[in-house]
Design a protein. Structure first.
Length: 343
């Protein structure tokens, strides 16, 4: 019997072929895990099961000698293909799929009807808030059976996509991964993912996972893919469409903004048309190509807590803790930072 805990390390190291390092695998393990446990048969089985769930690989593939992890049968669609990052995106898709299954098991409510136009969605959102805000989007999603969760505990140095949406049976699940505090940016991401969901992009494929590697909430390149353009145009319409474009344009006339004067101008332009001032600033930044100033101005609009906390506070209230196993809670807590009683 080995005494240097090699068995656990060997198993964690076997994920290398999938593009995940042993250190990244370890980041997904519960805190209480001790490598020494894997030196006996029962402990090894426990480790295999924990890893199978967390990385969504087949248990059998971990039980081979030597172990050769294989992702579970989930169809993956990578909407923004980065050839150099595709292995890591496959890992992201697999983690997302495992997490979405877990969340699906702990929520109630029927999934949304697909036949809703962006204009209808906008008017429903404006019944919840004066503008299309992050909170309104999350509230609407949860109340229509679409969970929205922010993954704060993404494994270090594993490629971090912006957002993903996953379909588990009939239920779409939106996972926001981008490490970002600004509500307006994450609101835009969620709106884009809702676009994929409500336009039916997740249909017709079993266990679909859609990975959005990078979305244009920063100085990033624009889309070429048809579904991406459709989801983006959906998001733009929900956020305010032509009024939003006009408001962003109206800000272009003035020069020499300070962060404060830009924030004030955006709030002025936003008020009349039920726009979110943060989206006006983002629109201005795209036109003026001044992301640094936009990011500073956005800080003045932070009237809520950091965006991931806003998302997960709503998620925490909607998730039925009693439907989760101890390990399920542990996994959810590791990835989202959500707190569960008794943990
Ligand atoms: Zn997309």
């Amino acid at each position: 019997m080995a005494t240097d805990n090699k068995s656990a390390r060997r198993l964690m190291g076997s994920f290398k072929e999938l593009g995940v390092t042993a250190a990244q695998v370890r980041k997904l393990m519960p805190e209480w895990w001790d490598d020494e446990a894997a030196e006996d048969e029962g402990g090894m089985l426990e480790l295999q099961m924990l890893l199978a769930r967390r990385l969504n690989v087949s248990l059998e593939s971990l039980q081979q000698a030597p172990p050769k992890p294989v992702f579970r049968d989930a169809v993956r669609r990578f909407k923004t293909v980065h050839p150099e990052g595709s292995t890591q995106l496959a890992v992201a898709a697999s983690i997302a799929n495992g997490l979405a299954q877990l969340i699906d098991s702990a929520v109630r409510g029927a999934p949304p009807p697909l036949a809703i136009t962006p204009a209808q969605l906008r008017s429903e959102l404006l019944e919840l808030a004066p503008a299309v805000t992050l909170e309104a989007l999350c509230q609407w999603s949860w109340s229509h059976g679409v969970p929205v969760v922010h993954i704060q505990g993404w494994p270090t140095s594993l490629r971090r996509p912006d957002a993903m949406c996953v379909r588990i049976g009939e239920r779409p699940v939106i996972l926001v991964v981008r490490n970002e505090k600004t509500p307006a940016k994450l609101a835009y991401l969620i709106c884009h993912e809702l676009g994929h969901v409500l336009l039916g992009h997740l249909r017709n494929i079993g266990n679909a996972v859609l990975v959005d590697d990078t979305l244009p909430v920063d100085n990033q390149r624009s889309f070429h893919d048809e579904d991406e353009m459709a989801a983006d145009s959906f998001a733009m319409t929900v956020m305010g469409g032509d009024s939003l474009r006009a408001a962003a344009n109206s800000l272009l006339g003035k020069k020499n903004y300070t962060d404060l004067s830009l924030a004030v101008a955006a709030m002025d332009a936003a008020r009349a048309h039920h726009l979110d001032a943060g989206q006006v600033i983002l629109g201005w930044a795209r036109l003026a190509d001044d992301w640094q100033m936009a990011n500073m101005a956005l800080r003045f609009l932070m009237t809520t807590g950091p965006a991931p906390e806003v998302i997960n506070a709503l998620a925490r209230r909607a998730i039925d803790e009693d439907a989760l196993s101890t390990d399920g809670k542990d996994h959810l807590m590791t990835l989202t930072g959500m707190d569960f009683a008794g943990q």
